[in-house]
Design a protein around this ligand. Sequence first.
Ligand code: GLC
Length: 767
Amino acid sequence: MAKLPTYQQDHQTIIFKNSAREIQLTIITPEIIRVYENHSESGTSYAIEGDKQKPTDYRIIQKPDHYEISTSALTIKMDAAMHLDAYDSNNHPLIIDYRGSRTPLDRGIDEEHKKFVQEEGHNVPGADDQNNPHYFQVVKDLAADEQIYGLGDKTGYMNKRGYEYDDWNTDNPAPHLENFTRLYKSIPVIIGLKAGHPYGLFFDNPYRSHFDFGKENPDYYFYSAEDGNLNYYLIGGKTLKAVVTNYTYLTGRTPLPQKWTLGYQQSRWGYSASQKMVQGIVDKMQQSDLPFDAIHLDIDYMQGYRVFTWDDAAYAGNPKKFVTNLKNQGKKIVAIIDPGVKKDPGYKIYDQGIQNDYFVKDLQGKVYVNQVWPGDAVFPDFGRTAVQDWWGKNDQFLTDMGVAGIWNDMNEPASFQGEIPQDIVFSDHGRPSTHKKMHNVYGHNMAKATYEGVKRATGRRPFVITRAAYSGTQKYSTVWTGDNHSIWPHLQLLIPQLCNLGMSGFTFAGTDIGGFGSDTTPELLTRWIEAAIFSPLLRNHSAMGTRAQEPWAFGEPTLSIYRKFLKLRYRFIPYLYDLFARESKNGLPLMRPLVLNDENDPRVRNINDQYMVGDSVLVAPIVQPSQRKRLVYLPAGKWLDFWNHQEYDGQQDIVVDAPLDKLPLFIKKETILPWGPEVNQISETPDTTMTFNVYGDSGSYHHYQDNGLDFKYQQGEFNDYLINVDHDQVSVKLVHQGFQPVYQHVTVNLKNQSITLDYHSDTEDYK
Ligand code: GLC
């Protein structure tokens, strides 16, 4: 029998050694175990900040042919060949090393024919470069019944099984539905269900990496990286939800946003070239009775695409006045910032960066130049604290103008004259490193710099949007899915893409409603606003030169339907905000796949065209042209049609009508939901009343309230209301009271009556 490796314990780390390898297991919590092997790469994580380790009991048992390392939740078995297998506490296999060797997919093509088909633009994926001396791979068993979710914003379906993906942040203006393997973000976490048993696997390594989920061979899935250390986390949890909660414990959760950021936002590349155009959009939104909270300014507001400048002349010489004016009417401005700084001696930001040596350089020490919107541009070295601080201070140029949110774009980083060479010197936590290593965390560091800068300058909860991201960016920024197109497949993609971002910790996400590139149609725009109406970030955005897609662009009936759904969104904002308050504690996404709530029902494991909002709202949008009816699968429980309260049993497929103005929407029976007032923007003045709708006869609900703006809630300045309904018995309790004023009246709408309770300050209760 082969000899087991030796081991040595250092607190919660166990170091296993044989003649060839040294693998460390570190118990982070009972449900999180890190696997690490040093490949001579230094540096700490960008995803994980602070010490996450909790004192945890564990034991090691030596069996004849393996060790067993167990916590209360996970057991890891290590054999003589140092295979690692993870089981849950009931001995169900979760993550098992594959014992065979890989059998690369035979594409039946030689190099000559490969070149030939590529000449017409066809993509022939290459084999991963196993000859590279730093290459390593991790190959795990794939069960016949195994689904894999997560991986952030990748294209394709909810369940990634059968497909391959790459992590190398990429600006792609035409992502295809299924076969485009890379996008803007690298979020190397998978959340799996093996024969119904949940697990997570997080590969924390920013180098270019590859995932194959049983495409090469249905018996295994693998991860490979072109460099870096072997560094991954085995994540357990009794349910899929617990796994997501554990993963977001490790990499962080989206903090509570300002409440207005949940409102509708209108954007288009080109609007911001003049004050007149932006004002025109504001006016038209108001005249059309369309609720909205913000207008986004794309790159055209700057002077010649120079970041942190404003084309004053196009804003009547005084952009601050314009922004302040809008702000006084309750409407916010969000402005874009790209990382590429115009190479332009005499331009303040460029000069400061050169003087202080803030830009990335080539191996000869020359500042590296590529091209982006301003032409020749240089790139801040965000892997240094001093550069992050400088950038964050520059954001003050915008916040001083009254800008309420900062949209970070092109931070993969995108470059128009070919990709930045791998050896360009980028810093890694202050130490000289390479573009090769820092590429996938560039957007993360930019978003973090922006978040910190805005927080310092305003004291408010920063509203940052970023296109590129890495695991952990969710702590600093909301994301959007980049340049989609006005095509039906990209509307379909919205559901798996946002749901998988949610499973990967990114709850605050959205798509360009209507589609960014290509020309939208009235029907597509209508179905897009319906499908996206619960996406946390709600923004219509399009490319310059495409057909206009503002809500009024196609006249009626598009405008009225669009308005109806925006009004519906504002009614749901208290619910969405409640979900955010919960999410900041448990990491569970607002918008989520059915499987996250009902993993034991095999029917929901591959659904791509329905989603849930929290636990009790089911959305089944129409994502096909000309469709006026659809099948809806209702999971276990009883469900009420939101529009007419018709009741359905769960665990069945039903056919529902969906004329153009209808979004099929179901509420789980015995649910209470807050129902916001009919408003056209989110007010900064606290509400003094709140309404709750009861679906069914009884239920219980916690509702959260705070000022929606700053960090005072962290000192307890919030209210937690508990609403209980049992037929006609209604009670409202202030379980936590830290924010003034509390609601003076609370109305609860039951099936056949409406009950209003008033607040009595002497007894501090509702009667
Ligand atoms: C990129 C962004 C897009 C933006 C455009 C111009 O394509 O993804 O949203 O409108 O740049 O700034």
